[in-house]
Design a binder for this molecule. Sequence first.
Ligand code: BTN
Length: 282
Amino acid sequence: MIEGNKVELGKEENLLFDASQISNGLDTDFIGHNINYFDELISTNVTAHELASEGSPEGTAIIADSQTGGKGRRGRSWFSPKGANIYTSVIFKPTISPEKAPQLTLMAAVALAETISISLEGCNVNIKWPNDILVDGKKCAGILSEMKSEKGHIKHVILGIGVNVNFDPLSLPSELSSIATSMAGISGHTISRVSIIQSLYRNLESWYKRYLKEGFSVVKKGWNSKSGMIGQHVRAASASGSEDAYEEGISLGINDNGALLLKKNEGDIIEIFAGDVMPIFS
Ligand code: BTN
């Protein structure tokens, strides 16, 4: 990692960020065949829900250059300045039961981690449960998945993906710059958002097809191989976010249900289904 590197945003790259640039040379079967590009949106996830409900097909992609109300997990907001990063949502219409929808988020985390590690060769890219992508220990990308279901059937799943590509991590408030980074901050140079989006759509499609064909076990294997916390002592916050409700133990990775397994001091193994997980350094 290049510490304290000042990243100049590439003006030329900004000009080239539009739907036709992304479509040009995109070799997927369905993801991104229908691209809806906007200079600014409240949230790509909100627009994706609207388009999916109006009948847009599986694989439809929504991309914004900036978001005024970018949403993160657990009610947080997602920093979404213009001209720098990737904010995209993809519509999926899988014929799986609604209970299995979280598996798609874990699948997307594997595809996203793969995309970032291909571009940042030699860097330490891993997944922090359930779907944060860390590079050299700092958050570089995240996924917000949202589902609409009716009468026990999935109408659609939106996978919303934010990747910190070209923003200068040093421009963040200090409390964020100690925990967040960007691909440019790591590599020291501006990175083409177009090629990262194309690679992301390709990997997402390939993992989605594998998941539908081979089942969750293939995702579980991919996720566990990219988890940075297996064997580490961790604290898992409760889904309610309450400070005093948490579990501690050794992370064993995810199981067939997509839950994180924690081995407690007493030897019991418990499943964690929601919340944030932090390493405990003793
Ligand atoms: C997280 O908290 O880690 C999830 C962040 C997800 C951000 C992306 S940006 C594109 C999509 N639209 C949103 O409003 N959020 C997701």
